[in-house]
Structures are given as structure tokens and as C-alpha cells.
Design a protein around this ligand. Sequence first.
Ligand SMILES: [Zn+2]
Length: 156
Amino acid sequence: MDKKSVKVKCSFCGKEIECPEDMLEGVEKHACFECFDNKKEEFSKMSEEEIGKIHVDMPLGELNEKMAEDLADELVEQEFSKVWSDLKDDLKENSKRELAEEMFWQGACMAAETVLETLRQNAKESMEDEGEDEENAEDEANDDGGGDEEDNSKSR
Ligand SMILES: [Zn+2]
């Protein structure tokens, strides 16, 4: 907590930002978060060595928000293209409202499937427990059957 920060100027826009004192020696450039955000493409082309020499003043709150947004973007990109290619042909005649509903429904389905899968798994387990008695009864019925196939009585 008692780490010292020094006021430095963003090497790209000149805005005053803070840099932890112990980072000062290792870096050659400073970037405020806005410049980092605006220049993401430039930064992504740089080598690790170059990036290592740039200090980015990154507010933690914004970072988390960015990460959540990026993750959401990624998910939408993956899932949407799947859903889209499935639906593309049907959608031509649909109105925008129907399209929106369909998309919302697809999203809800994905969430519901996860829940249902859990429920199904639970139901299967409890059915397996109960199932044993029934199976035995059936075997016995077959043994007794001796040609009388219609006799399903499980009395014994
Ligand atoms: Zn800047």
C-alpha cells in the first residue's frame, strides 16, 4: 500500500498519469489507459520486449469490465455463428421481432440445456435405484411364463 507512484506523462497523448516508482527504471514509455485502448492494434503488433518497456496506467475496474466485455464478445462470436448458420435459411421470411425472439430463445435454450442436463442426470440416478426391483420382477415373470406371453402378473 505504501508503494510510491510518480507522476509521468503519457508518451502518446501527454496526459499526466501515475507510474509506480519501482516500474520507472524498466520502462521507456508510458501509456494512459485511453491510449492503450485506442492503440490496441499497434500494441498487439509489438514484440513482447517492446511491450515490456511500456507502462500502461490501467485502472483495475476498467480492466475487469474490459475483460468481461471481451469474453462476452468471444462467446457471442462463437455461439452466434453456430446459431446463425443453423437459422440463416429459415430467417429470411421472419420479421425483425421474430428474429430477435428467436435469438433470445436460442440463448435461453443454451442456459436451459445446462440446467436440464443436471436434472436429467439426477433423475437418471434415482431411476436406476428404483429400476432394480422392476427388472427382477420381469425376469421372474419370463421364467414362469412358459408360453403364456400375455401373463404379466408379477405375483409370486
Ligand atoms: Zn495517453
